[in-house]
Design a protein around this ligand. Structure first.
Ligand code: AMP
Length: 530
């Protein structure tokens, strides 16, 4: 039997009715706040997420579904490497990461580790990159031999590469057919903010005054599946983005987004949520904070998990993403970002809180909330819900003032959020009663030629917004009754030769058993009456 892949699932009725209810309610709320829908592709260039979300985040480093497309792999640098070099290393490829311009490979076998960069047009940056990878690798494997660093380039580039200050980097030349670009690397979107900001830049949405956008759709992350965590999951999200003069930088936008969320959760029937709020400052604050974290981590980091050891070197802020229980007491002792906010960021944060107070939205300040994605600045938040258990974050979001520039666009401060729709629905299932609209009437065609007549009657009734289902002229009447019962229809309508000739039909109310003959012209009215 073929089953749905691990971490994915089928959404079936009656649950889909709840999903539709949620989405309809959410669309109403977005309309009231003047948000408009955007639909971006389900896959994008890998580079968008590497640059937009951050290479060191768990999402990008471990969880993306990525593949190559375009050039024939046998004629690309990666293909050439596999053909010409791979067999020489007595090891396993642990990781291949590719952006458009370079490919990184980790190989470990026996006591040796090789860190490889493939680069069609090598520049000095690639040597720095190898050095940085070596440091990160050593930090997470403290007792091991240093890895060997390898730069593989096409033969035609080898002479140029030799003239670069290579240090300990070993150069390898690969014969590659000329003129073939490296394959295009594509990724299933693990989140939608980067895609929305890309579209904002690509279509110059600032020119059209479109700066409040929402989306509803699937996202993909290769996480360990469990209740409330899937590999294909759905997010409902929104972004306010635009040039600073449009007001996109104002703390009023942050407060509006948070108030919208409170309204939205209330509207769909989620009570007992908690809003956790923090400010993670601007890049300058973060640089000071990261430095303080590095110092605070230095004496304790060896007691922490391998991921934290790597983070402590590459991006200390990400230590707060750690879920390992043994690390938590150490994380508790680390400094918090609050002490490092500059005057502007502090004022921004105070203003957000004062508007929230004015509109009576309760919140809990959590100075350790940093969110798992690199692009956030200033306001960061999560709404949690008790009934969800371990995966209790129902939504998260924050401000991302530098994201557009990081993706090559103009300055465009913004703030957004993503609700986990699966978790929202899960929280509702705990409380809500599912109301599926059942058929108003089941039409039972009786005898040869009656499918045609039944189809005509069904068409007339459906025009009156009735829910109608149909049997088949080959069914005996008892079979039609059983079918009508099973689907919970209110009425059964019999369409036989006599009825058609008289232009009046037998209509039976299934619960009471009461049966009447109703002229064709009055059928819809009669059924609508209940
Ligand atoms: P993030 O994009 O990581 O900020 O996530 C925003 C929200 O999406 C979270 O608060 C969750 O509700 C939801 N979410 C994230 N990852 C998953 C997943 N693997 N399965 C289900 N929901 C998820």
């Amino acid at each position: 039997m073929i089953k749905s892949p691990r971490g994915t699932r089928d959404l079936l009725p009656p649950d889909t009715a709840l999903w539709n209810f949620v989405e309809a309610a959410v669309r109403d709320v977005f309309r009231a706040y003047n948000f408009h829908e955007i639909r971006t592709p389900i896959f994008e260039s890998t580079e968008l997420f590497a640059r937009g979300v951050g290479e060191e985040t768990d999402v990008v480093a471990k969880e993306m579904y990525t593949w190559y497309e375009g050039a024939d792999p046998d004629t690309t640098l990666l293909g050439a490497w596999y053909q010409q070099r791979h067999a020489r290393y007595a090891g396993t490829v642990r990781r291949t990461a590719a952006a458009r311009q370079h490919i990184s490979i980790d190989i470990s076998g026996g006591s040796d580790t090789y860190l490889v960069e493939l680069k069609r047009r090598p520049d000095i940056g690639v040597v720095d990159r190898l050095e940085a990878r070596k440091h990160a690798w050593l930090a997470s494997h403290p007792d091991s031999k240093p890895p060997k660093l390898i730069l593989a380039v096409p033969t035609s580039e080898a002479d140029r590469a030799k003239r670069m200050p290579l240090g300990e980097v070993i150069l390898e030349a690969l014969s590659v057919e000329p003129g073939h670009e490296s394959p295009l690397s594509l990724t299933l979107r693990p989140e939608n903010t980067a895609g929305v900001v890309r579209a904002y830049i690509e279509h110059k949405l600032w020119d059209r005054g479109l700066n409040k956008l929402f989306y509803i759709g699937p996202q993909f992350r290769r996480e360990r599946p469990q209740k409330g965590r899937y590999r294909q999951f759905y997010q409902i999200g929104a972004e306010v983005i635009g040039p600073a003069p449009s007001g996109s930088e104002s703390p009023a936008r942050d407060a509006e987004i948070l108030e919208l969320l409170a309204t939205l959760l209330d509207r769909v029937g989620i009570t007992n949520w908690t809003l956790e709020l923090n400010s993670i400052g601007c890049p300058a604050d973060r640089a000071r904070f990261n430095e303080a974290l590095r110092q605070a981590l230095a004496p304790v980091v060896e007691k922490m998990c391998a991921d934290c050891q790597r983070r402590a070197v590459t991006n200390p802020l990400r230590v707060f993403d750690c879920k390992v229980p043994a690390d938590q007491p150490i994380i508790e002792t680390l400094p918090t970002i609050t002490q490092f906010l500059d005057e502007d960021c502090r004022r921004h944060y105070e203003e957000v809180k004062s508007i929230l107070n004015a509109v009576q939205i309760p919140y809990l300040e959590n100075p350790r909330l940093v969110r798992g994605l690199d692009y956030y600045t200033r306001t960061a938040f999560e709404f949690t819900h008790g009934a969800l258990g371990a995966q209790n974050a129902i939504l998260g979001g924050g401000r991302y003032d530098g994201l557009s520039e990081a993706l090559g666009g103009p300055a465009a401060p913004g703030i957004g959020f993503a609700i986990g729709e699966d978790r929202l629905v899960l929280a509702l299932t705990e409380s809500a009663e599912l109301v599926l609209r059942k058929p108003d009437v089941y039409i039972a065609p009786l005898g040869a030629g009656m499918n045609r007549e039944a189809a005509r009657v069904a068409r007339e009734l459906r025009r009156h917004d009735l829910v109608v289902d149909l049997g088949d002229e080959s069914f005996r009447l008892t079979k039609s009754f059983e079918a009508a019962d099973k689907m919970g229809a209110r009425y059964i309508l019999i369409v036989g030769e006599t009825e058609v000739a008289a232009n009046a039909f037998a209509l039976k109310h299934l619960a009471s058993g009461e049966q009447v003959t109703v002229p064709r012209a009055e059928l819809a009215q009669r059924i609508l009456q209940k």
